[in-house]
Design a protein around this ligand. Sequence first.
Ligand code: ZN
Ligand code: FE
Length: 252
Amino acid sequence: MIHVEAIPILRDNYAWAIHDGRRAALVDPGEAAPILAWLDRRGISLAGILVTHHHHDHVGGIRELLARASVPVFGPTRGAAPAHEVADGDNIVLPGLDLVVTAMATPGHTLDHVCYHGFGHLFCGDTLFSCGCGRLFEGTPADMHASLTRLAGLPGATLMHCAHEYTLANIVFALEVEPDNADLQRRHAEALSARKLGRPTLPVDLATERVTNPFLRCNVDTVVNAASNHAGYPVNAGVDTFTVVRAWKDEA
Ligand code: ZN
Ligand code: FE
């Protein structure tokens, strides 16, 4: 039986542990101490590491984890640690877990960003957040829009695991774009009660994201119209709407 659990690290990051109760692969271990404590508490051994991109809050704990256990690291090689480089479409066998995940190149937040999907789960790092998406540090709006469109095409039941707990702040902005979206209002209520209980708002299924996340809805009339109103000129559906909404959120 495979479990996927969030380990809160740093200020608002999650490292995701994929484990069977004995061995765990860690996604984006940006800080070692909370992860080592979690492993010790559970009596679980570290079996491997997956990295989505080179930012410090995603790779900062790798060196210390490797000092404890010499395990394979998969991800972009720009990270601090020696990684087996992955390319779009690569299948990665998670060591000791008998699981395969497929790498998906998703440039936009950074040029080296990779997401991993498999066994009904998606690990999307800083590309896709619940009701939001990553900032464009390196890629173009067209890069990010293409990456998000690919992710949104995965099956609706896919459980999305993001690298940050940004959901509530994202929903506040999403409601500016689509104040009358009933699915979004429902998600807001759910997310508020989860956070009040100190629980993650994640994972969330992709079907929910497709009806609530404005960045996955750049072809929907309400979002295109909101973008046009904000811009003050008629904006085309698709990447143009994405570009306006991303810039709008950066101002917000
Ligand atoms: Zn990042
Ligand atoms: Fe990050």
